[in-house]
Design a protein around this ligand. Structure first.
Ligand code: V47
Ligand code: SF4
Length: 384
């Protein structure tokens, strides 16, 4: 496969392809890092087939033909939120909390108990930033989940939720994070990153934690031995330069800590929010972005397409553009994307659905845990 691609690069060389793009292909072949300027050139001039060939080469050299998924469910404690991100279709202000939901401790524990005897490995806890749900409340929730099911990995709280919780508790980031770790929190999801550059951040989510604050929270978690994910909300008002700036800041932190598990581009969905007038990115733009992130983020082992947001068919296409992870079974436990207009109105996939989706594009499905340890490799149409 690799040889074929770089024969193709040789052919492209003779066909007069942009010299800069050829240099990038050469760098990718030699496993060299591309610069910000080169990343920008890929956005400006890289055609879909060219980007796909390079990104697939990178994914193949890291993971061969393997594509990962996990068995997980979400708990969304509330959609009441003190912040007012313009792209958000999900949140309700505290004064309108009667239109939203606020789950009690018992309701959340019941959600965990519902999975007794089922082979889920991860609970993902994420929600709005509720002014009355504080650090102590969430420490108690985590402790109770762990007491009930010690083997369930708890991945919880975006840096936005954490920043608010720690400030309210008057604790430093390190103190707050240590407290959550002691309670049983094991890793952080990647949400709240949006676009780091202040030109865009001021326009789409001016009132929540800024880039430095987001990065500090993840760096602190990594220092304490926890892992985390990183996201980028794309396809709205940002320019290519902003995407590159965002990915570059993440790449720099990953050089320093090595604590990120995966990078997850999140496609802006435009239903029922204050940015509904902005058209959504096309599938071609989605695929180009996934491919470029695979090429640019050379120190991130995993690139995830989150299927409840992208829709399962587009997510399947990304597997030919550098993606090696599809997140999980979800079991219809998240509303963030259905409320924002995703095709997936009741997101749930059995392991069999996920395996079919992966084998249909000639890849090998692998069930993983949160930290990408392999649990089961599904060979040759074996039933999930
Ligand atoms: O930060 C909100 C995004 C994120 C919209 O770490 C929207 O494994 C598109 O980060 N259109 C929260 N996106 C969810 C998140 C996440 C999801 C799945 C897996 C992981 C992981 C993390 O959702 C927010 C924001 O970027 N979001 N509204 C919207 N209208
Ligand atoms: Fe609140 Fe998160 Fe929605 Fe922003 S994206 S308004 S922080 S729930």
């Amino acid at each position: 496969m690799t040889t074929e691609i770089f024969n193709l690069a040789d052919i492209l060389k003779q066909s007069g392809l942009d010299k800069g793009l050829l240099q990038i292909a050469e760098k990718v072949k030699n496993k060299e890092r591309i610069t910000e300027a080169e990343g920008l050139l890929l956005f400006e001039k890289g055609e879909l087939g060219f980007l796909g060939a390079l990104a697939n080469h990178v994914a193949q050299s890291l993971h061969h033909n393997k594509v990962y998924f996990n068995r997980n469910f979400h708990i969304e404690p509330t959609n009441v939120c003190v912040f007012t991100c313009n792209f958000c279709s999900y949140s309700r202000l505290y004064k309108h909390r009667d239109d939203g939901w606020e789950l009690s401790m018992e309701q959340m524990l019941d959600m965990v108990r519902k999975y007794d005897g089922q082979p889920v490995t991860e609970v993902h806890i994420v929600g709005g930033v509720h002014p009355k749900m504080n650090l102590d409340f969430f420490c108690e929730l985590i402790q109770k989940i762990k007491a009930h099911r010690p083997g369930l990995h708890i991945k919880g709280f975006t840096a936005v939720e954490l920043d608010y919780m720690f400030r309210k508790a008057k604790l430093s980031v390190e103190e707050g994070m240590q407290k959550l770790k002691e309670a049983g929190l094991q890793s952080l999801p990647g949400g709240g990153a949006e676009i780091f550059h202040p030109e865009v951040r001021m326009e789409i989510c001016a009132d929540k934690v800024d880039a430095d604050g987001w990065l500090l929270i993840h760096e602190t978690a990594h220092k304490l031995g926890m892992h985390s994910n990183a996201t980028m909300l794309y396809g709205h008002v940002e320019k290519y330069e902003h995407r590159i700036d965002h990915m570059s800041r993440l790449r720099n932190l990953q050089d320093k800590t090595g604590g990120f598990n995966c990078f997850i581009p999140l496609k802006f969905r435009n239903k029922d929010n204050d940015m509904s007038h902005i058209p959504e990115a096309s599938v071609v733009e989605d695929l180009r972005l996934y491919a470029i992130s695979r090429i640019f983020m050379d120190n991130f082992r995993n690139l995830k397409a989150y299927w409840p947001m992208l829709g399962r068919q587009s997510a399947q296409l990304t597997l030919a553009f550098g993606v090696n992870d599809l997140d999980g079974t979800i079991d219809d436990t998240t509303k963030i994307y259905s409320m924002a207009g995703s095709e997936e109105q009741t997101p749930s996939m059995s392991t069999e659905n996920l395996c079919d989706l992966i084998t249909a594009v000639g890849k090998i499905p692998v069930e993983r845990d949160t930290l990408y340890n392999e649990i089961k490799v599904y060979q040759d149409k074996e039933l999930a």
